[in-house]
Design a protein around this ligand. Structure first.
Ligand code: ZN
Ligand code: ZN
Length: 170
């Protein structure tokens, strides 16, 4: 018999399941809203309803320069990003009610970007649990979470369910 899963594993598994719905070839992100151990919403990154998504229309890529630190040295690196999709965290906020978010926990497969973190900080959510790191603006996001008094933690020793992980392009 399989060992019973703890709550963190259980809800992160569901976030990874949600992420498999994403049609963006660059990044599959899933997020779930949990209030008092009750699942109140699931979301993934995708184009608005009725609009062709990345699998039909291709990713909508923008290029930007990013300051990246490696081996103690800072370097400017050109990166590509798909802007066709609404991020999973933003979709989660669009499809849940304010009352359901008060004091809730968001489980998200990837560390939220600055915009999502900023929105989550004003959404009633009090804790964010993520799995894969996302280095861009990570310091700013952490500082924001601290200022806002929100719990922000990465799950370690966690293995996503088989078949739910796609390659991530940062
Ligand atoms: Zn895309
Ligand atoms: Zn985001």
């Amino acid at each position: 018999m399989m060992a019973r899963k703890d709550w963190d594993t259980y809800f992160m598994d569901i976030a990874y399941m949600a992420s498999t719905r994403s049609q963006c070839s660059r990044r599959h992100v899933g997020a779930v809203l949990v209030q008092g151990k009750k699942l109140l919403g699931t979301a993934y990154n995708g184009a608005p309803m009725g609009v062709p998504d990345c699998s039909e229309a291709g990713c909508m890529l923008v290029e930007e320069y990013e300051l990246v630190a490696s081996d103690g040295k800072e370097q400017v690196v050109k990166k590509q990003r798909c802007i066709r999709t609404i991020h999973a965290e933003q979709n989660l906020l669009l499809f849940t009610d304010r009352e359901d978010r008060e004091g809730s926990v968001v489980y998200v497969t990837d560390q939220p970007c600055w915009t999502c973190a900023n929105m989550l900080a004003n959404s009633g959510v009090s804790e964010i649990v993520f799995h894969r790191p996302y280095p861009k603006d990570s310091d700013k996001v952490r500082a924001l979470m601290e200022q806002r008094g929100m719990t922000f933690r990465q799950l370690d020793n966690y293995e996503p369910p088989a078949g739910t992980v796609s390659e991530v392009k940062n």
